[in-house]
Design a protein around this ligand. Sequence first.
Ligand code: FES
Ligand SMILES: [Fe+2]
Length: 344
Amino acid sequence: MDGRPASAPAAAPVIAGEDLWWWPVALEGEASAAPLALRLLGEALVLWRDATGQPVLQQDRCPHRGARLSMGRVCQGQLQCPYHGWRFDAAGRCVSVPALPDFVPPASSSVRTWPLRSAHGLLWTTSGDAAQARLPDLAASLPGRRLVFGPFDVATSAARAVENFLDTAHFATVHEGWLGEASHPEVPHHEVQATADGRPVVEGYRAWQPRASASAEGGAWVRYRYEVLSPFSALLTKQPEAPPTGQAPQGPQDSYTIWACPQDDEHCRLWFAQYTSDTVSTDDELERFQTAIFAQDQPVLESQRPRRLPISAAAPREQSTAADRLSAAYRRYLRQQGVVTGVC
Ligand code: FES
Ligand SMILES: [Fe+2]
């Protein structure tokens, strides 16, 4: 007896927040004839391309003896295990067992196939119901020139990486001479609002930046807008303020997204997309700027302990101030979403 009344209803199945969303796993076009090992939510996955050119994402574990399918190869549009050569089709069915040429493999010899879709220059999958899961939406009007940078593999949780993307108080220290200046370390007052579905938004944040963009020729006051798009993605838009003389702003509108793939509790893979009105800088110059900025962030990000973002009352305590209000709103949002990967 467990003491529960016989009439008590069975507990509803718990749906983790992770199951409510699509997650980015690779660049569009990254799937090839060579199987690629990936990781998502602690699962080992393999990405390959079938005979029709469609990308396929499957569990990276052979149902025969557990070998990694990503060490195998694609033959005639099927994925062949490197160990005993079993072959799997794009639906995950085992279609050949070479040691028994006449054997028809049962359905139980299949590998799990994950759904895939393309969006925002990336391939996405979900651990939940593909018909119900949400894709982060870029409803805001964005400049038409898009570049996607990455992947960047980072030894910290996706939540720490996204919180860093939302954090402005580190500009004057981590990005001194670029996004901030020691003479202007202050975080001005700003309001954190929320979308109808609870995602934190900051409509107006003002920062002095010595070098706000790849094409900047001097310092400028820059207007920021932040929006959390999903538990592990966010959008920021920045543009130098128009001078008081009424002229047009002296610099491009740049919108950046961070797309974080939660590989496991302490590792993530990131892509940054830039949507820009900059028609002067080359793709290489834009990529060098973004790569230089993230190279300043990464060592600090990887030094943070715990690597999981503390969001629960039982987690190791971190001291927050009024300058951290967007971080605090992001942590509350993660709690509301019921996310468990990379948080504590
Ligand atoms: S372990 Fe894959 S075929 Fe044997
Ligand atoms: Fe940063």
